[in-house]
Design a protein around this ligand. Structure first.
Ligand code: FES
Length: 147
């Protein structure tokens, strides 16, 4: 049911851990399944993501998608990193079973949340980046109460 790439990233996740004094940290959860993901970014003065780490308290697909998402944003500019969508992450993993698609959304939102935190801390604006939700499940049913 899972592709080889998903299994590989699940069994050998890349970039696990945390970054002290990170440039940006983003945490998102999904109240429905109870999973939580946190992403740490180390961004240099040219706005390039030099390092990225993650911690996930979640299912196997959440581990695999966050691992792949960190690989995809590493070395990119913060602007380019906003374009790493859950679709891009899924494609890089050769797909996910339909019931696990929401897990990849956690990875996308956690990256956006970390980018948002970085932008806030450094007083810059990242084009096209919107304030992320802290619970991706909230947005599905309670759009108006998300904030
Ligand atoms: Fe919740 Fe996968 S089941 S993130």
């Amino acid at each position: 049911m899972y592709t080889e790439k998903v299994m590989d990233h699940f069994q050998h996740p890349r970039n696990v851990g945390e970054i002290e004094n990170a440039s940006g940290v983003g945490t998102v959860g999904n109240a429905k399944c109870g999973d939580i993901m946190r992403i740490y970014l180390d961004v240099d003065s040219d706005q390039i993501i030099r390092d990225v780490k993650f911690k996930t308290f979640g299912c196997g697909a959440a581990v695999a998608t966050s691992s792949m998402a960190t690989e995809l944003v590493k070395g990119k500019s913060v602007q380019e990193a906003t374009k790493v969508t859950n679709k891009a992450v899924m494609e890089a993993l050769d797909g996910l079973p339909p019931v696990k698609v929401h897990c990849s959304l956690l990875a996308e939102e956690a990256i956006h949340a970390a980018l948002w935190d970085y932008a806030q801390k450094s007083g810059i604006e990242i084009e096209g980046l919107e304030q992320p939700k802290s619970d991706i499940h909230e947005g599905e049913e309670e759009e108006d109460e998300a904030y």
